[in-house]
Design a protein around this ligand. Structure first.
Ligand code: KG4
Ligand code: ZN
Length: 360
């Protein structure tokens, strides 16, 4: 059995997996309530919270399954990329535990965890496949040809897709995180009427850009007077209580129009990448993969193109330790066991698998 630890951003997560990569238990402690009112993650608060949450999570995990730490064969931990303070908490915790138990630490790249997450819930997915990792920190289009054999086909030139959701929600006066909130608002406006510009339209590129779209949404929000700078950020429940029905409709219309264009952008890029690579399988992963509208538009694309599409279950789209443990088991089973001495391991804010650095 292996223990997996993930603390790269604001979620503290632990999981236990057997040596076949089957998840025995996966637990996540969300810090959303602590960051909500700031409209985004506050790194210093995140790392301090990991420090107190992680030992409690691990204890409850072991107790709930009546397990002994001595049953652990290795510890997998996210060591990059992410918020350095948050990563350091998980890495230090993993190192200490592994050193005490005299077992290896397997350092895992968070992006590789997201990339392989579709395997957790889909028995049919195989290499090679086209993957779009869309999260709060990354938007990477990747050809995954085998374990550790990844080619970056495109990426965002400015904000990440999840970041765009979070910023748009904030512009409309809402708390963090924006993705689920924009989905709730979209359900309030079945026929959005605003046509936002499609970024990079007509350009032959597999890259993404969300900053122009974000500015267009901001201008529309100012024009329609839905939010005043400095106003307290609200929740969806508070939105429902707004007495002015016309203002509510204006907010929902902007949110739903933004959601509509995001589904178009994601499907267009995936369509172009399928054409370019000739791949027959695609996967959407990362926090934004929880979005039902985007899932539906990729499913329609898959049907039109006669390819298969895979998504992790919603709980495995956002940050979790199961995907980190799964990736570690693949390396162990692939015969890679010469992991660095436990005490040499360090955290890094940059991705070591190089996906961040390749110019496209
Ligand atoms: O993968 P993740 O948990 O953390 C990072 O590695 O960044 O992704 C978090 C991001 C946030 O930006 C959040 O707004 C977005 O995923 N997200 C969504 C949805 N649920 C979470 N975006 C769109 N639709 C959703 N349902
Ligand atoms: Zn993530």
């Amino acid at each position: 059995m292996i223990l997996a630890i993930e603390t790269s951003c604001d979620d503290s997560a632990v999981a236990l997996l057997n040596l076949n990569g089957d998840v025995i238990i996966s637990q996540i402690s969300s810090q959303i309530e602590l960051h909500q009112k700031y409209g985004g993650i506050v790194p210093e608060i995140a790392s301090r919270k990991h420090l107190t949450t992680l030992p409690l999570l691990l204890r409850s995990l072991m107790e709930s399954h009546d397990l002994n730490l001595k049953d652990l064969k290795a510890i997998a931990v996210t060591y990059a990329p992410g918020l350095i303070g948050s990563l350091l908490v998980g890495v230090s915790y993993a190192k200490t535990l592994a050193w005490m138990l005299n077992i290896p630490v397997i350092p895992i790249d968070h992006l590789e965890g997201h990339l392989l997450a579709p395997f957790l819930d889909n028995k049919e997915i195989r290499f090679p496949y086209l993957a779009l990792i869309a999260s709060g920190g990354h938007t990477h289009l990747i050809q995954a040809s085998g374990l550790g054999d990844y080619k970056l086909l495109g990426r965002t030139m400015d904000d990440a897709a999840g970041e765009a959701y979070d910023k748009v929600a904030k512009m409309l006066g809402f708390q963090y995180p924006g993705g689920p909130l924009i989905e709730q608002l979209t359900a309030c406006c079945p026929e959005p009427t605003i046509t936002f510009p499609v970024p990079l339209k007509g350009k032959k590129t597999l890259n993404f850009s969300f900053s122009g779209l974000k500015t267009a949404v901001r201008n529309e929000a100012i024009r329609q007077k839905v939010y005043t700078e400095g106003q307290r950020l609200i929740t969806f429940e508070e939105y429902l209580d707004i007495p002015d029905a016309d203002r509510k409709n204006r907010i929902a219309n902007i949110a739903a129009s933004f959601q509509k264009i995001m589904t178009v952008i994601m499907a267009e890029r995936m369509a172009d990448a399928l054409k370019k690579t000739g791949l027959k399988q695609m996967a959407l992963t990362g926090g934004v993969a929880a979005n039902t509208g985007i899932r539906a538009s990729l499913s329609r694309l898959a049907t039109r193109r006669g390819v298969q599409v895979f998504f992790p279950e919603v709980g495995n789209c956002t940050d979790n330790a199961a995907m980190i443990g799964y990736t570690a088991v693949q390396y162990m089973n692939g015969g890679i066991t010469n992991f660095e001495p436990v005490l040499n391991l360090n955290a890094s804010s940059k991705s070591p698998i190089g996906l961040m650095d390749i110019q496209v």
